[in-house]
Design a protein around this ligand. Structure first.
Ligand code: PLP
Length: 465
């Protein structure tokens, strides 16, 4: 959560306190302290909906991977189940059943082998799933080291510098040394060679990303696994592989079923994905699955009482709404495989149409096209000197479109890009409108006689991954 500081603004009035059609009113309340008397439901509702008009339009938010549109019955079932606390397995045994069915459906999608008894759970999102998967890797490594009589104070994790911030959090919060492979030239994600070169006996695991947050590209999971197999054969170092499939976990099974990135690869020990991204559910739900019992150390698991028996749980949170899990199952039941395939194909068609349209505008160079995740990043050609990607982002924002501009991590900090995430709910018509408006804004920027009087690079809003 964003951290907020206690401010001494208790006397400030809430910005929008007059109900519609009633003119002025005495109904002013302080914004930062709890008013002695409440406004009542009706007025509070109007006040809040008015204030929230100042937020961006979620559907025009092309920065986020997270679901911004669900069918209305999906929204309704979430509303109707918002009162269920998922941890109360005794009181809500059917919700617990539904969670178990979702785990099975996802394990199947990711080719878990029947005999291996894959185990998994829902989480608040991929970030919590990453923490759990990271802990499992750390615990297993520690057991191995203890058994060999070796020190356990210097664990490390190998990933590309393009990993999402949740992995950096995992490493910092749980005292694991980050071994981030920097980008190099036009290589914007982890390579097998670079990953293996950083592994040693203190490596708890390697994380490969199936859909990089920076540009939507898939990391070469199978190649990385083969290189780790080679390392094992040569040196005896047996380093597990985790796949962060936050987005790709619900895209690849439908669009590229032949691509091997999941439990078909023996070295892949665990996988996470966000149900609230291409799983097509409003935030926040994620999933973590381990290939077998051995991949998930027993002492990380807690028992909750369940119908007089015991229910094993692995989570950082205790209470959480059950509604997201119910909504995930609703989407599985309502769309089926064919429906998910159709939604993902639409998203990819839109992404490809947009990326090729943008390429044809002239000043832009594509880094990715949206042919893996329906997500692509593009930059400005070197010849463009009068404006930057940040100017393009700002001009689009004035038209309502949220298209983030940001620079790449270590070794390619010089490269600033724009990124578009196409999700369910972005139609070809909307894509054409965006192209039209981007084309107009680009023509304006191209017509400038001199450089845009832009704010200094350092004053720009950073975009956090
Ligand atoms: C590759 C990757 N991993 C993890 C995350 C974090 O996911 P969540 O928002 O579900 O916690 C993201 C979010 O964009 C992501 O792209």
């Amino acid at each position: 959560m964003a951290l907020s500081r206690h401010s001494n603004q208790g006397r400030r009035q809430h910005p929008t306190s007059a109900p519609l059609h009633q003119g002025s009113t005495d109904a002013h309340i302080p914004a930062h302290t709890l008013a002695e008397t409440g406004l009542g439901e009706q007025l509070s509702y109007e006040l809040l909906t008015n204030e929230l008009l100042l937020d961006g339009q979620a559907r025009l938010n092309l920065a986020t991977f997270v679901t911004t549109w669900m069918p209305s019955l999906g929204g309704r079932i979430m509303h109707e189940t918002a009162d269920k606390n998922i941890i109360d397995k005794d009181e809500y045994p059917q919700t617990a059943q539904i969670e178990a069915r979702c785990v099975n459906i996802i394990a199947n999608l990711w080719h878990a082998e029947e005999g291996e008894q894959a185990t998994g759970c829902s989480t608040t999102g991929s970030s919590e799933a990453a923490m759990l998967a990271g802990l499992a890797m750390k615990w297993r490594w520690r057991e191995r080291m203890r058994a060999a009589g070796k020190p356990t104070d210097r664990p490390n994790l190998v990933t590309g510098a393009n990993v999402q911030v949740c992995w950096e959090k995992f490493m910092r919060y749980w005292d694991v040394e980050p071994r981030l492979v920097p980008m190099e030239g036009e290589r914007f994600h982890l390579s097998a060679e670079e990953a293996v070169a950083r592994c040693d006996e203190n490596t708890i695991g390697v994380v490969a990303v199936l859909g990089s947050t920076f540009d939507g590209s898939y990391e070469p999971v199978k190649e990385i696994a083969q290189a780790l197999d080679g390392l094992h054969a040569r040196t005896g170092l047996d380093v597990p592989l985790h796949v962060d499939a936050a987005s790709g976990g619900f895209v690849a099974p439908f669009l590229t079923p032949e691509l091997e990135w999941d439990f078909r690869i023996p070295r892949v020990q665990s996988i996470n994905a966000s149900g609230h991204k291409y799983g097509l559910v409003y935030p926040g739900v994620g999933w973590a699955i381990w290939r077998n019992e051995a991949a998930l150390p027993k002492d990380l698991i807690f028992d909750v009482n369940y119908l007089g028996g015991h229910m094993p749980t692995f989570a950082l949170n205790f209470s959480r709404p059950g509604s997201e899990v119910v909504a995930q199952y609703f989407m599985f039941v309502s769309l089926g495989r064919e429906g998910y395939r159709r939604v993902m194909q639409n998203a990819q068609d839109v992404a490809l149409r947009l990326s090729s349209g943008i390429e044809q505008l002239g000043p832009y160079r594509l880094l990715t096209r949206g042919d893996e995740l329906p997500v692509f990043a593009f930059t400005l050609r070197d010849e463009v000197t009068n404006y930057t990607v940040y100017d393009v982002s700002e001009r689009l924002r004035q038209r309502g479109w949220l298209v983030p501009a940001y620079n790449f991590p270590e070794n390619r900090e010089d490269l600033s890009v724009l990124r578009i995430v196409v999700r369910a709910g972005m139609s070809l018509d909307m894509a054409d409108l965006l192209l039209e408006q981007l084309s107009e804004e680009t023509a304006f920027l191209e017509s400038l006689d001199g450089p845009m009087p832009s704010a200094k690079e350092t004053q720009r809003q950073a975009f956090s991954h």
